[in-house]
Design a protein around this ligand. Sequence first.
Ligand code: NAP
Length: 541
Amino acid sequence: MQERMKYDAIIIGAGFAGLHMLDRLRAMGLSAKVYEAAPDVGGVWFWNRYPGARCDVQSLQYSYSFSSELEQQWEWTEKYAAQPEILRYIQHVADRFDLRRHIQFNTRISAARFDEETGLWDVVAQSGESAQCRYLVMASGSLSVPRLPDIPGIGDFTGKIYHTGAWPQEGVDFSGQRVGVIGTGSSGIQVIPQVAKQASSLVVFQRTANFSIPAWNGPLQPQTQQAWKREYASHRARAREVGTLYEFSDKAASQVSAQEREAEYQRRWDKGGVNFVHAFNDLMIDKASNDTIADFVRARIKEIVKDPQVAQSLCPTDHPLGTKRICVDTGYYETYNRPNVRLVDLKKTPIEAVTASSIVTSQQSFELDALVCATGYDALTGAVLNIDIRGRKGQLLAQQWADGPRTYLGIMTHGFPNMFIITGAGSPSVLVNMVVGIEHHVEWICDCIAYLRDRALDTIEAGQAAQDKWVEHVNQAAAKTLFPLANSWFLGANIPGKPRVFMPYVAKIGAYRKECQDIADKGYEGFQISRSSSKHNQESS
Ligand code: NAP
């Protein structure tokens, strides 16, 4: 029998998080291996190849900060990079830092078991191949498990079905086709204008209308890029405090006149992007203030969309602006003025079934050649729980998290020693610039591993009491905001049966970094740290 490979660390996933983790651990002199299900690096940026896919954080900020040579030498071409450019950047990083030889592609990990005898993790791939490691790092992504809608009859559809998060590598040509799109979140709002340009007809099946802000994307001017690069060090330092460098207001919408509010909303609308939602500092905590910005967007939708009934259906009314992830678009609302595009409001006429060739609503049947599902993800916990992870005493992570994810700092979970999660539930994660969040976690995990190594300690895990306190703290942070008012994927509301728990930690990344650093500075307060024989319980009371 072939001997099992043994590594200091195994990392699951070769996206932004996995690659950076690998690079840092190698720099520390550890042996590390990445397993990746896809045939190449990139993570979500490998899979999300749908037409129109691009990041809504500006290119100069949605990039690694750990290498000043890399940040100076890489040239971005657009204000908001499209998926192919981001994928090229990630591939460049893999090559530049010679990471590929430590990555095994086309390998999906199906199980991981902690062996209390050896203090090691046994990691098993779907193929049956297995390896051992001391540290297991989940870099498996926050939005990486696509979800198809469970509509009766969908399996009978004989046309092609695509999910935006698992797009064919060879691309899709919709020319001359009758296409349906289900879903109007960030992905739907990006893909719909592009499909509309190609397809002979497009029917958009909308369940919940979303707020979308124009991107006003365009080429990145060389002088803008050079100026930003000259100041990169200070921009990055600021990003560590705030995530993305938006214009954060110190004024409350409730304390200024209606004219001042309108002028500010208009100014930010004209600039475009997520910056819009930071117009005032009470928009996410005061419903009346939020109504003012939501009204502004609804008025813009009614201005843009010519058919008043269609415009009305496109106006979100069931959640405060920003409580579902705000969308950023290029020509989304304008698309509904095209003669080949039709909006079906599922709140009025729900889908009843899919047949071999159509979608049938309560009112009508729509014949289709292809169906695009922009129907989202099993967010934050999906990728972790898809793996059969067993910690101390064989306990199953899925069981431990049956009522929602429980972590300490969003990085570790009680009963699962030496298992780290990058940008997991309980950390700011998807609420901030992902690359900034990822870099922070990678640094923290590396510092933690160095701490253990320097003291000849074997395992670290979240203490029960500290974890309980953290979960409570994360819940309280969300409860102070309007976020819980929306049926969003932040709450797991898009997955039937998923516990309704607000998963990300609503905090400025700077404040969260400080919390993480303080805990590390106090000798990893609240964690249990042990040498193989003697267990030093450092958990705080
Ligand atoms: P999403 O936000 O979860 O949106 C899924 C859409 O599908 C929603 O409109 C949902 O309606 C609809 N849907 C789901 N099941 C349905 C069903 N059975 N029948 C009818 N409609 C159904 O997913 P996403 O658009 O892929 O975006 C997920 C996240 O990925 C974003 O929020 C963002 O964080 C990230 N993302 C970012 C970018 C970017 O940077 N620009 C682009 C794409 C994605 P309901 O709302 O009614 O559930």
